[in-house]
Design a protein around this ligand. Structure first.
Ligand code: AHR
Length: 508
């Protein structure tokens, strides 16, 4: 017998407005993300600025609304002044975080040119590892102030007259991690972050600041670090960052060796993401109450993705080393889809999110000098980014539970939905987590129903480990399928096992 599920939607029953900034990316000076990824002056595929045309076009397709830069662990040893001025005068240095050589051929101006090209909002991380609070304020002066002071004049001299007016600023990166250059305890970090934010705001009162949360739920710092930092920095911050990576086998902080593959649990891991977001949302409320504050701080999930199979950050002191080059498969794409469902379900607290990262390093696209291919995770990310807008709907879901070793009984169906009253477009995103069972899903609209179903896509297959490569670039992709028939206020869909389906509705 066919198993079935029902999803009830009501365009009036909303969770919250969706912040477009949840469809963000992260570009770190690491491995081949910048060099040989975004910037590759030696490739025949690059333009006169050295930007890879094919990469730019794929990034535009994904439609990233915000881009975090320049790290990551890299930023905690980065001197931004190395990356400005004539390229031939820029120093080469050891980048200690990833044991690589940094040529500084791509720096603040090149990044801003890139961000303008792909029409994304920049989100800049300042160095609170080896960097001082003064360095952070100087960078804001360089990037954001009109000419007339030392650093803003230097920017003009380096070719950019108008201020860049960068709005979003991360106060360091993962400062709790033992791997971090300049690791601190929560109190020392809070003190430094508050002073940095204060100086940076005195430079430019329009900026928004983001404090570091603990770097993973597995680390000893979680959630004490988060509570301490939130309480001590609350008045100086607008967002609080969280990082979370997933993998199959389930990752420990150092590796996955010896752990069993468990696809059922892995496909249910969004339960863990949701719990992480809920815990931090609660910590924010506690900090708000303790500070007797009226303002709201939101979550900035500025590193998320599937990672750890390709663990190993030793660049061997080379330029653009091939490190952390994860190859994604179907199950990873489904986990990414459930992760994006989580962002919509938590749209009231998660206001920024950045997939880590965008090219080559744990990323949706992979390059070599003569081409690139799109990884499996590219497809759900791009569908969500282009179609989830307006308000996240509070979907009521009745679905069978499937047993998992890690999370117990988990709904076979994972769903999120959006509705945009301005465009009249709705979108529904569905993942069938079962490896073996198809699922018949009835989608029922309470209140007003759509007039039509406009388009639909699906990705799936029998092999959870199937992936794309340079040889088989389209082995696992989301394909457009014929639209399900709308019958009054309801439609019925057949979801194959191991599948992700999206459909768009028109309500105008
Ligand atoms: O994204 C890779 C690394 O993961 C980042 O540099 C760091 O912040 C995190 O540990």
């Amino acid at each position: 017998t066919q198993t079935s599920a029902t999803v009830y939607l009501n365009t009036q029953r909303v969770i919250s407005e969706i912040s477009p900034l949840i469809f963000g990316g992260f570009a770190e000076h690491m491995g081949r993300c910048i060099y040989e990824g975004i910037y590759d002056p030696h490739s025949p595929l690059s333009d006169e600025r050295g930007l890879r045309r094919d990469v730019i076009s794929a990034l535009k397709e994904t439609n990233y609304r915000i881009m975090r830069y320049p790290g990551g662990n890299f930023v905690s040893g980065y001197r931004w002044t190395d990356g400005i001025g004539p390229k031939e005068d820029r120093p080469r240095r050891r980048a200690l975080a990833w044991r690589s050589i940094e040529s500084n051929q791509f720096g603040p101006h090149e990044f801003m040119e890139f961000a303008e090209e792909i029409k994304t909002e920049p989100m800049w991380a300042v160095n609170l590892g080896t960097g001082s609070i003064q360095d952070a304020a100087d960078l804001v002066e360089y990037m954001n102030l009109p000419a007339g002071t030392l650093y803003s004049d230097m920017r003009v001299k380096n070719g950019r007259k108008d201020p860049y007016s960068i709005k979003y600023w991360c106060l360091g990166n993962e400062m709790d991690g033992p791997w971090q250059i300049g690791q601190m305890d929560a109190v020392s970090y809070s003190d430094k972050a508050v002073q940095a934010a204060k100086l940076m705001r005195w430079m430019d009162p329009n900026i928004k600041t983001i404090a570091c949360g603990s770097s993973a739920t597995a680390m000893p710092g979680y959630p004490e670090w988060d509570l301490t930092v939130l309480e001590r920095t609350y008045d100086q911050i607008d967002y609080f960052s969280m990082h979370h990576y997933a993998a199959n086998p389930y990752p420990t902080i150092s590796n996955t060796e010896g752990l069993p593959i468990d696809t059922d649990s892995y496909l249910a891991s969004s339960l863990h993401f949701e719990e992480h977001a809920d815990t931090l949302a609660a910590a924010i409320r506690v900090a708000k109450a303790k500070n007797r504050s009226k303002k709201n701080v939101h979550l900035c999930w500025d590193e998320w993705n599937v990672w750890y199979r390709a663990k190993g950050g030793d660049g061997g002191w080379s330029e653009a080393p091939h490190i952390l080059e994860e190859q994604y498969n179907l199950e990873d794409a489904l986990v990414v889809a459930t992760w994006l469902n989580t962002f919509l379900k938590k749209a009231d607290v998660v206001k920024i999110a950045c997939i880590a990262q965008i090219v080559n390093v744990i990323a949706p696209i992979m390059t070599r000098r003569d081409g690139m291919f799109k990884q499996t995770i590219f497809y759900p990310l791009t569908l969500f980014s282009n179609h989830a807008s307006g308000f996240a709907l509070d979907a009521l879901v009745r679905a069978p539970l499937r047993d998992t070793a890690r999370y117990g009984g988990v709904p076979q169906l994972d769903v999120s939905a959006s509705f945009n009253p301005e465009t009249g477009e709705g979108a529904v995103f569905l993942v069938n987590r079962s490896q073996t069972e198809p699922l018949q899903v009835d989608v029922c609209w309470e209140g007003t129903a759509p007039n039509s179903v406009a388009r639909a896509w699906q990705m799936g297959g029998e092999d959870p480990f199937a992936s794309n490569s340079f040889e088989q670039p389209e082995n696992v992709v989301a394909r457009e399928i014929s639209v399900p028939r709308l019958d009054g206020k309801r439609l019925t869909l057949e979801l194959p096992p191991l599948s992700f389906t999206t459909f768009l509705t028109s309500h105008s």
